[in-house]
Write a protein that binds this ligand. Structure first.
Ligand code: E4P
Length: 218
């Protein structure tokens, strides 16, 4: 399973990339705005840090402008994946950009019928938002299960399932159980994956015992 970082914070992305565990980055207009920085500069910087796909989202809603924005975003780095919303125009833009060999991430996916269309439009990635479905009392992971099952019926589908709107370590482990290709995780949630009180307690006890022995490895 691949791990993307869901962030536009360059310092955080650098720190997490240094672990060697990060395969890509996703951003969205809200995350970019939160940084208070220039969109294009931020994407260029992220592309220089991460060699895997970096999703940068168009903000136009008509397909012609989406394509122009997508081409501009794609020129910022060879690893840019242009993010388009799962709308009629977004699907049209996806098909045209994909035909031009530009990676496309179709975002804001909330149903399996939408995911089928994204694959049909040649999307590199489809982003179902699990947390936002949970927020309205549905089960986001049911959608991941459905999409993974449907895609697996058609080996010719190359679209990768990118689980987005991830809010907990449970979302990550469930995504792995269902065989999703990628999870995109905020930095804070990534830390939840390794933090465990018994790890901290155990390490503390080992180090206290070690100190009593007065030895040193180096
Ligand atoms: C990723 O591509 C999405 O933009 C992101 O996961 C949305 O997450 P949120 O629902 O927590 O805002």
């Amino acid at each position: 399973m691949k791990f993307f970082i869901d962030s536009a914070d360059v310092e955080e992305i650098q720190n997490l990339t240094d672990t060697g565990l990060i395969d890509g980055v996703t951003t969205n207009p809200s995350l970019i705005t939160k940084t208070g920085r220039n969109f294009l500069t931020v994407i260029e910087e992220i592309c220089s840090i991460v060699s895997g796909p970096v999703s940068a989202e168009v903000t136009a809603t008509d397909y012609e402008t989406m394509i122009r924005e997508g081409e501009k975003l794609s020129s910022l780095g060879t690893n840019v994946a242009v993010k388009v919303p799962l709308t009629f125009d977004g699907l049209k833009a996806c098909k045209i950009l994909s035909d031009k060999k530009i990676m496309v991430n179709v975002t804001l996916c909330f149903s399996s019928s939408q995911a089928i269309l994204a694959a049909k439009a040649g999307a590199t990635f489809v982003s179902p938002f699990v947390g936002r479905l949970d927020d309205i009392a549905l089960d986001g992971m049911d959608l991941i299960s459905d999409i993974c099952e449907i895609y697996s019926n058609y080996p010719s589908i190359k679209t990768e399932v990118l689980v987005a709107s991830v809010r907990s370590s449970k979302h990550v482990t469930e995504a792995g159980r269902l065989g999703a290709d990628i999870v995109t995780i905020p930095g804070q949630t990534l830390r939840q994956l390794y933090d465990h009180p018994l790890t901290d307690k155990g390490l503390d006890a080992f180090l206290k015992d070690w100190e009593k022995g007065g030895q040193s490895i180096l």
